[in-house]
Design a protein around this ligand. Structure first.
Ligand code: ADP
Ligand code: MG
Length: 244
């Protein structure tokens, strides 16, 4: 459902993403792991049509991001790194507003808002203003807004940033509940979070994809070397390669 083919992005002299390829199928939650500045946000921005790649091709739910950007936007839900909400708006009104911007009206709008409120566990804050909600709820509101049009591909850019440990656990469980029938790419710089949610990891640093590996394989490699998983992953990040 997600196809990234030899994608590169330059910002002037900076190579933010360097010849990255991978694909993600329906039902998969894939962890996108890398330190700050690795190129995660840049890649997600190209996947959601925000930025054009310098080279390479991306296809989302069968649509090419360069040729069919509107079809791509209809197919995906994207939670940006800095999730912008309208603070003074009530949660219900905010979701209705976003739903209308997505072209939903009448019964369909109410039905989709109701679904995303329930899916995202927003019942208790539904009548509150956005700025009265905790950080955990604000992240859920962002995800609810990104799910209103029922996308089959979900891109989440460091969605747990700023959550406390209990909120992180609840949020990861919530994201897992969304996986059926969808493809989810979840970026983070925290190994324990991607390990908790995904069975497959993409590891990126300096714009290069250093590993695309099932978690069990990484764990097996760690066990072979008598290492903790963290050490094995750090070795991959530091090596700049050999992780495939
Ligand atoms: P991550 O999300 O993994 O922290 P980013 O994709 O934000 O990484 O950044 C990758 C690299 O691109 C970094 O070196 C960053 O400084 C650089 N970069 C990101 N955005 C811009 C921009 N708008 N202009 C120039 N350089 C940028
Ligand atoms: Mg980022």
């Amino acid at each position: 459902m997600i196809q990234v083919d030899h994608v590169t992005k330059h910002y002037g002299p900076t190579v933010a993403v360097d010849d990255v390829s991978f694909s993600i199928e329906e039902g998969e939650i894939v962890g996108f792991l890398g330190p700050n500045g690795a190129g995660k946000s840049t890649l997600l921005k190209m996947m959601c049509t925000w930025l054009p790649p310098t080279a390479g091709r991306i296809s989302i739910a069968g649509h090419d991001v360069a040729m069919e950007p509107l079809a791509v936007r209809r197919s995906l839900g994207y939670l940006p790194e800095h999730n912008a909400l309208y603070d003074g708006m009530r949660v219900d009104r905010f979701l209705q507003f976003i739903g209308k911007a997505r072209g939903l009206r009448g019964g369909e709008l109410s039905e989709r808002v109701g679904w995303s409120v329930e899916a995202c566990g927003l019942q208790e804050v539904y009548g509150k203003r956005v700025n009265q909600c905790s950080k955990g709820f604000r992240q859920r509101i962002g995800v609810a807004a990104s799910l209103l049009h029922n996308p089959r591909v979900i891109l989440l850019d460091e969605p747990t940033h700023g959550l406390d440990p209990l909120q992180v656990v609840a949020f990861l469980e919530f994201i897992q509940s969304l996986a059926e029938g969808r493809a989810i790419l979840f970026s983070s710089h925290i190994l324990s979070e991607v390990v908790a949610i995904s069975e497959r990891l993409l590891i990126i640093n300096h714009g290069k994809l250093l590993a695309d590996s099932p978690l069990v394989d990484l764990k097996a490699r760690a066990a072979e070397k008598g290492q903790e998983l963290e050490e094995t992953v750090l070795d991959i990040v530091r090596s700049g390669g050999n992780g495939q």
